[in-house]
Design a protein around this ligand. Structure first.
Ligand code: TPP
Ligand code: DXP
Ligand code: MG
Length: 620
């Protein structure tokens, strides 16, 4: 096995081309073995095996800086940079992260997770290098999906103007999570397929120079009529016009060619865009056939490619998807918007049923929100489904474009709370804080899937912007009520009465609160449980009533404590001169690592036993 001898990128440089090719095969088998057990981003990694080998062969990490956009495709990089033996712990609690992490290795020079940041960060590294008079190379490896994000364009714009030495490797597999969308994707597709576009500007110049007599004259004419020349013949005109030298497209599975072109890119003076064409899921037929399904997958059966079967309870995502389809039947101007997460947000059925009312805008959360604002202002009812963590990007658009104009936009924040395996960059633990303080915003958190249906149904009739945040994965219910009655705005419900303590909770933690109350009842403590449902507006009368009855208040939320639901309750109690005791359980003000959500909840004391323990510890 060659792989067993690779403990650092320098070990690659002693290998012949056939050995590098053999190594690629071994890495693919290794990836399949590991990821079929741990789960993870399989297809993106299978697609970059040769690319990662060539990068580490040509460039000298950690001296040269390689920044992986999104970072979900960093497994091969991790394997080549001394972490092969830890790959079995991938995405497990206290194990290797599924994304680049500086604490794991010097070879991870910049942390990623959210898309389209790599070129900005790389440009920062390049400018710093130049200021310090250093010589190393800086590379951003960005996918065609990530290139649809606005930040990537902002960075290209800046880099092209500065003319700084920087290499952007565009890993183009025609896929975001699902098929890539947008005019840029169409342009890349033309670059890949049109033979007229095949050669780089430099190559064409070289060819012309070599033609005796007329060659130099043609070249001069070409120089004079540079623009028309470029439009006819030069590949990657868009990037060339932005100030980049465009190289490609080249076969991203041909290690020899990759090495050759990367050597050339390394020697070029200004910004270079190297366009590499790869196949997502390369080498594993089920992943090549269904790159979408194998983009990010749980543990699966390697022989069949079948994922381990889910439990019987439908996920919040599925219930959301089914509900918007039903609501759309009754509301002809209801439109749904996704930012490159059609499947992840459960909108696939909607997209198929209502293609004219569905918009996948690419990885463009800011645009998605302001697009919704425009639609709302013009009389549509937009439902914007974005993961809690990715909506962080669009905070200003929510404040400035939607809330300030009191527009009726429904935000469906999937993956709210602890998401687990993806860890720090993906936990949805800030949303209650970043939404709660926005004037006019309604913020709801369903305790289960039926309540999600009720909230969606109600959201249609509430005024102004409405956010509903719900977690990843299966909900507590196996049978879901798809036709519940609408909820009065800002009303909670009492689920258990008690004299000694009251727990105010939101989301599925309500069920944990009930279990904790049952445990404490066995010990003679009488604990009330209130499902508050609304983080904003709070059910002030209900909360005050129960706080005064018990004089011992505990709040529960899967959000950072700073500025979240508990803060809202404490603000209310303080404003009304409450004199009893109060405490909050949630996520401390930290970035929460990866791991099984159950383990993370236990570590935070958010499981039923932890909640009961906390109440005991207070002596209540
Ligand atoms: C801001 C943001 N929005 C959405 C995502 C979710 N996401 C992760 S990878 C991905 C697709 C990336 O496609 P591409 O860059 O082409 O990489 P590939 O998986 O095809 O290699 C998306 C939408 C994200 N990580 N960050
Ligand atoms: C890398 C990335 O951002 C996505 O692929 C994300 O990991 C998807 O998460 P879910 O598995 O929760 O859809
Ligand atoms: Mg892609």
């Amino acid at each position: 096995m060659i792989l067993e001898k690779i403990n650092a990128p320098s070990d690659l440089r002693g290998l012949t081309l056939p050995e590098l090719e053999k190594l690629a095969e071994e890495i693919r088998s290794f990836l399949l073995k590991v990821v079929s057990r741990t789960g993870g981003h399989l297809a993106p990694n299978l697609g970059v095996v040769e690319l990662a080998i060539a990068l580490h062969y040509v460039f000298e990490s950690p001296r040269d800086k390689i920044i992986w956009d999104v970072g979900h495709q960093c497994y091969v990089h991790k394997i080549l940079t001394g972490r092969r033996d830890k790959m079995e712990t991938l995405r497990q609690y206290k194990g290797l992260s599924g994304f680049p992490r500086c604490s794991e290795s010097d070879h991870d020079c910049f942390e990623t997770g959210h898309s389209s940041t790599s070129i900005s960060a790389a440009l920062g590294f390049a400018i710093a290098r130049d200021l310090k008079g250093e010589q190393h190379s800086v590379l951003a490896v960005i996918g065609d999906g990530a290139l649809t994000g606005g930040m990537a364009f902002e960075a290209l714009n800046h880099a092209g103007q500065l003319g700084t030495r920087l290499i952007v490797v565009l890993n183009d597999n025609e896929m975001s999570i699902s098929r890539n969308v947008g005019a840029l994707a169409n342009y890349l597709s033309r670059l890949r397929t049109d033979p007229l576009y095949y050669r780089s500007k430099e190559e064409i110049r070289d060819v012309l120079r070599r033609i005796p007599n007329i060659g130099p004259r043609v070249f001069k004419a070409v120089e004079r009529f540079k623009d028309s020349f470029k439009y006819l013949l030069v590949n990657g005109i868009l990037f060339e016009e932005l100030g980049f030298t465009y190289l490609g497209p080249i076969d991203g599975h041909n290690i020899g060619l990759l090495i050759q072109v990367m050597e050339r890119a390394k020697g070029l003076p200004g910004p270079v865009l190297l366009h590499v064409s790869t196949v997502k899921g390369m080498g594993y037929p089920p992943a090549e056939k269904y790159p979408n399904r194998f983009h990010g997958i749980g543990a699966f059966d390697l022989a069949t490619g079948e994922p381990h079967p889910p439990g019987p309870a439908p996920s919040f995502t599925e219930v959301f998807g089914a509900t918007v389809v039903r609501l759309a039947e009754r509301h002809p101007y209801l439109v749904a918007i996704s930012a490159a997460m059609t499947d992840g947000t459960g909108l696939r059925d909607f997209a198929e049923r209502y293609p004219d009312r569905f918009f996948d805008v690419g990885i463009a959360e800011e645009h998605a929100v302001t697009l919704a604002a425009g639609l709302a202002k013009a009389g549509c009812l937009p439902v914007v489904a974005i993961y809690s963590t990715f909506l962080q990007r669009a905070y200003d658009q929510i404040v400035h474009d939607v809330a300030r104009q009191k527009l009726h936009v429904v935000f469906a924040l999937d993956r709210g709370g602890i998401v687990g395996d993806d860890g720090e960059t993906h936990q949805g633990i800030f949303d209650l804080s970043y939404l709660r303080h926005i004037p006019g915003m309604t913020v709801m958190v369903p305790k289960d899937q039926s309540e999600l249906v009720a909230m969606l149904k109600s959201a249609i009739d509430y005024p102004g912007p409405v956010a509903i945040r719900y977690p990843r994965g299966a909900g507590p219910l196996i049978e879901v009520e798809m036709d519940p009655t609408a909820l009065p705005l800002g009303r909670g419900e009492v689920l258990r009465r008690g004299r000694d303590v009251v727990i105010f909770a939101v989301g599925p933690l309500v069920y944990h609160a009930l279990e904790a109350a049952a445990m404490l009842a066995d010990e003679g403590k009488d604990v009330a449980v209130v499902n508050c449902r609304f983080v904003k507006p709070l059910d002030e009368d209900l909360i005050l009533d129960w706080a005064l009855k018990t004089e011992k208040v505990l709040t529960l939320e899967e959000n950072v404590l700073a500025g979240g639901f508990g803060s809202a309750v404490l603000e209310l109690l303080a404003a009304r001169n409450y004199r009893g005791e109060a405490a909050c359980l949630g996520v401390p003000n930290c970035f929460l690592e990866h791991g099984d959500p159950r383990i993370l909840r236990e570590a935070l004391g958010l499981d039923p036993a932890g909640i009961a323990r906390f109440i005991r510890s207070k002596g209540w």
